[in-house]
Design a protein around this ligand. Structure first.
Ligand SMILES: *Cc1c(COP(=O)(O)O)cnc(C)c1O
Length: 407
């Protein structure tokens, strides 16, 4: 009964041409009052379930549900939820649109970057042979070896082995050439570990071309910078994968697979609506497909310089607040590859401040509001790019409170 009343109130609020007019003014204060009325009527699912929400000062972590989607993305998702459409036709059209936007040959929306790697790999293993498609993860009769630099092997390479591929590890270009056999089907590169590997992008691509073996780059967390969305397909990688729900702030369950049409069409043979495939469980429906497209369009239109300046000033604010406590030091740094955003590391002398970084993180997490950070036994780490602007002030205040109470 209560629910129906709430819904009616919301409907009547929504029916107003401009929500601010409810209070007879267009002032910001009045608008935010109206927003507060509407949000107080919203069903609070997390509270109902006994779950705490938090300020995300950590970054894009799957365990923390990734990123927050802008309203344009939510609108695209709700639009999609209200209509039927042919799934393959939708993926065809959105693939064309994304390819046009990102100036690459072709594209598809996948179930995250991991999903993009699995379907991309599956497509390379089977090509467009329907019998082979049914056969995976059994790769009998197929080339199934993927060469990876040892320093590039991380847990996420399981996306490749899950569908049947075998990983062969090498360190140098010479070793890579030696490792190539008549079973080699792909060379895989992890952008996040570019610095750790001996073989860099151009040489890696050249080796692929020399032996006519497709190259695949995992760029999951490599937006920003926006240029990366264009850079690696243009450079010559045959397939490029991004997470949809990290810097792009699309659906956390979506991703992008970009590159050569022949490989992406083969990858699509493993995806729904088709069953009898290794990719059936990696379904993305119209909601994720449209959400991903809207997120990408929005991201491309964004003023990236302005956003960067905002992140810098947010980080500076938190840093200044923390270091106003005697004995506290901070360092602002930007990771070169992956999560390339202003980031903060806070340290102190534990002889002066009788509290450990893990205890500070625990107090931040358990306080009101709850604040999630990263870190280790030596420091507390933060980023602001996944926060709602304004939350940096709360974080700045809390970190100072906790640190100064330990003097
Ligand atoms: C996050 C991440 C993935 C997985 O991406 P999802 O979009 O969560 O599937 C793969 N590789 C790297 C390097 C990542 O950072």
């Amino acid at each position: 009964k209560n629910m129906i009343n709430r819904r009616k109130v919301i409907q009547s609020l929504a029916a107003l041409p401009f929500a601010g007019s409810l209070l007879g003014t267009n002032s910001l204060a009045a608008q935010s009052k109206t927003a507060a009325v509407v949000s107080s009527l919203r069903r609070d699912f997390f509270k109902e379930l006994g779950l705490r929400t938090f300020i995300n000062a950590a970054g894009t972590y799957t365990s923390m549900t990734g990123s927050l989607m802008p309203k344009e993305v939510i609108e695209a998702i709700s639009y999609g939820a209200d209509e039927y459409v042919n799934l393959d036709d939708l993926q065809d059209k959105v693939g064309e649109r994304i390819a046009e936007l990102l100036e690459c040959e072709y594209a598809t929306v996948s179930s995250g970057c991991f999903g993009a790697m699995s379907i991309g790999m599956a497509g390379i293993l089977t090509g467009k042979d329907p019998e082979k498609v049914k056969q995976l993860p059994n790769t009998e009769g197929m080339k199934n070896e993927v060469i990876i630099q040892e320093s590039h092997t991380i847990g996420y390479a399981q996306a490749l082995t899950n569908v049947g591929a075998k990983v062969v590890k090498v360190k140098t270009a010479k070793q890579l050439e030696k490792a190539i056999t008549d079973k080699t089907c792909m060379l895989w590169f992890l952008n996040a570990h570019t610095d750790q590997g001996e073989i860099k992008w151009e040489e890696f691509i050249a080796l692929g071309k020399k032996y006519n073996i497709p190259t695949f780059i995992d760029c999951a967390a490599d937006v920003p910078p926006v240029e990366n969305l264009f850079r690696f397909t243009k450079m010559g990688f045959d397939l490029v994968a991004f997470s949809g729900g990290k810097g792009l702030r699309g659906p956390q369950s979506a991703g992008l697979l970009l590159g050569k049409r022949e490989y992406i069409e083969a990858a699509r043979m493993h995806t729904p609506p088709r069953g009898e495939t290794i990719g059936r469980g990696m379904k993305v429906n119209k909601e994720e497909v449209l959400g991903m497209l809207a997120a990408l369009e929005l991201y491309l239109q964004k003023d990236h310089d302005q956003e960067w300046k905002m992140w810098e000033s947010q980080i500076q604010l938190i840093s200044d607040s923390a270091t106003s406590v005697a004995g506290v030091e901070s360092e602002i740094h930007v990771p070169k590859y992956a999560n390339h955003v202003p980031s903060l590391r806070i340290r102190w002398d534990e002889k002066k401040l009788k509290i450990s970084p893990n205890e500070v993180r625990k107090q931040l997490r358990e306080g009101h509001p709850s604040i999630q950070t990263v870190g280790d036994s030596k420091s507390v780490g933060m980023t602001t790019w996944m926060m709602v602007p304004g939350q940096e002030r709360i974080v700045a205040k809390r970190i100072k409170e906790i640190l100064s109470s330990a003097i």
